[in-house]
Design a protein around this ligand. Structure first.
Ligand SMILES: Cc1cc2nc3c(=O)[nH]c(=O)nc-3n(C[C@H](O)[C@H](O)[C@H](O)COP(=O)(O)OP(=O)(O)OC[C@H]3O[C@@H](n4cnc5c(N)ncnc54)[C@H](O)[C@@H]3O)c2cc1C
Length: 438
């Protein structure tokens, strides 16, 4: 019997092979289409469990698809496409149940009428699944922490096909591992998050020309270190991309407060002579979320990310050095501290809680650039990375045990491996950042 027939028997009407629209939707991710043996689209946790049991019994690699914005397309095995598990239900005041296949736009849109939000990522299109088990560095991370910090409970289908509710009191080790350990531990069919009030938000953009980038970096540090947790900010320094995108620093900000208070907090930045545009106004949380680009950008990015323990002079100088590289370079600094820093390092797998900021730095090459050119450029842009600790798995597109060792501190990785051995001893779930059982 073909694997598709076997799956159709186990999951009538839910299994799809090449030639069907459901197969095409399930096999296609942000980076392009894959070639899995089959796609299943379960509609509840019992069907997800059937899919897992069937895949395990037949030795099929399992690929979980939520929003499809993480990782490479599947080249074999079974895609379990959670698209049908996209319900968002507000219950008990501020607790919100979210299906494992919903998008963050579904969550923002459902909560907006209630003046609530769950801080997530920056875009509407990214899935709740990948962020819900990966981290979630979003617009309001400084006020409320990561998306995983707001997780109260997860309904999980384990490798043995059991459906369990993991929370602080029940399956507590699994609950810990899920909040940053990625898709290694099971398939979350329902996330229950604690939503936060977001009425009365004010924010927007401040743009600068590139005449004095070091001054912008120093002023951003001054603002970040002096501000209350309510101020969320991201400083992006972009190279010019044609006449319509001239490049230079851009600040994105959001504060729950008044515009006058926001301007007062931002004064060291707003007073700089290189300011070219100030667009600050009351806004809804949903307006902060951007549409993701339609697919993989046509560039080769060279660089990395990391948590910045101290916004020191040496770190800022290294940022300036990277921006002077021979190829166009983009740099993103996101303010942390606040709610992110109030979570204990051992409370979740994302341990670098003393960070004052999060850094992404990338040199930009053409899509066909050689490995040699990429290696040369890395030497030019990696100076600020030397001042960081750890890495954010969801922004790290290099894989392997040596990479895992840069994402998690040794004790955290060891604990993740022990939990893996408890809940998935035969290693059925092997996502891109694959954590092996201890
Ligand atoms: C354009 C773009 C913008 C981004 N912006 C941000 C941002 O602002 N902040 C941020 O933190 N990250 C951001 N990311 C990174 C993002 O967090 C990861 O790519 C994430 O994995 C995407 O989740 P997904 O559900 O869309 O991806 P998917 O490809 O569907 O899932 C990725 C992996 O997560 C696991 N997984 C997914 N769903 C489940 C589930 N229900 N249960 C268990 N495991 C599951 C699986 O291992 C799967 O392979 C961005 C990525 C892109 C491409």
């Amino acid at each position: 019997m073909s694997i598709l027939s076997t799956l159709s028997e186990a999951l009538p009407g839910r299994a799809f092979g090449p030639g069907s629209p459901e197969y095409d939707a399930g096999r296609t991710v942000f980076l392009g289409p894959g070639t899995p043996d089959a796609v299943v689209r379960p509609t509840n946790s019992a069907e997800v469990a059937d899919a897992v049991r069937t895949a395990v019994a037949h030795g099929l690699a399992i690929h979980v698809r939520s929003g499809g914005h993480g990782g490479e397309p599947a080249t074999d095995g079974l895609v379990i496409d959670l698209a049908a598990l996209d319900a968002v239900t507000l219950r008990d005041g501020d607790l919100v149940d979210v299906g494992g296949g919903a998008h963050w736009s579904d969550v923002a849109d459902a909560l907006a009428p209630h003046g609530l939000a769950v801080t997530s990522g920056d875009t509407r299109d990214v899935g709740v699944g990948g962020i819900g088990v990966g981290g979630g560095i979003g617009w309001l991370v400084r006020t409320h922490g990561l998306a995983v910090d707001l997780l109260v409970e997860a309904e999980v289908v384990t490798a043995s096909g059991d459906v369990v509710a993991a929370n602080a009191d029940s399956h507590a080790d699994l609950f810990w591992a899920l909040r940053g350990g990625g898709g290694n531990f099971g398939i979350v069919t329902r996330f229950t998050f604690r939503a936060s009030p977001v009425d009365g938000l004010v924010g927007g953009q401040v743009r600068f020309d590139d005449s004095d980038v070091p001054a912008v970096l120093r002023a951003w540090r001054e603002v970040t270190l002096a501000s209350p947790d309510e101020l969320n900010s991201t400083l992006l320094v972009m190279p010019p991309f044609g006449p319509e995108m001239p490049g230079g620093p851009q600040l994105g900000v959001a504060l729950r407060g008044s515009e006058a208070e926001l301007r007062r907090l931002l004064a060291p930045l707003l007073e700089l002579p290189s300011v070219t545009e100030v667009a600050l106004a009351p806004l809804d949380y949903g307006e902060l979320l951007e549409a993701a680009p339609p697919g993989k950008p046509p560039f080769r990015f060279v660089g990395g990310n990391g948590f910045v323990p101290e916004l020191s002079d040496a770190f800022l100088d290294a940022c300036v050095q990277a921006l002077d590289a021979s190829a166009p370079t983009m740099l993103m600094l996101r303010a942390l501290g606040g709610g992110f820093g109030r979570v204990a390092p051992e409370a979740t797998p994302i341990a670098f809680r003393d960070a004052q900021a999060f850094l992404v730095v990338n040199g930009v090459l053409g899509p066909d650039a050689s490995d040699e050119a990429a290696a040369d450029l890395l030497l030019e842009v990696d100076a600020p990375l030397a001042h960081t600790s750890g890495r954010y798995a969801n922004f790290t597109q290099e894989y392997g045990d040596d990479v895992l060792a840069t994402i998690y501190p040794p004790a955290t990785l060891e604990r993740l491996r022990r939990v893996k051995a408890q809940v998935d001893p035969r290693d059925a779930f092997r996502p891109a950042h694959h954590i092996r059982p201890a």
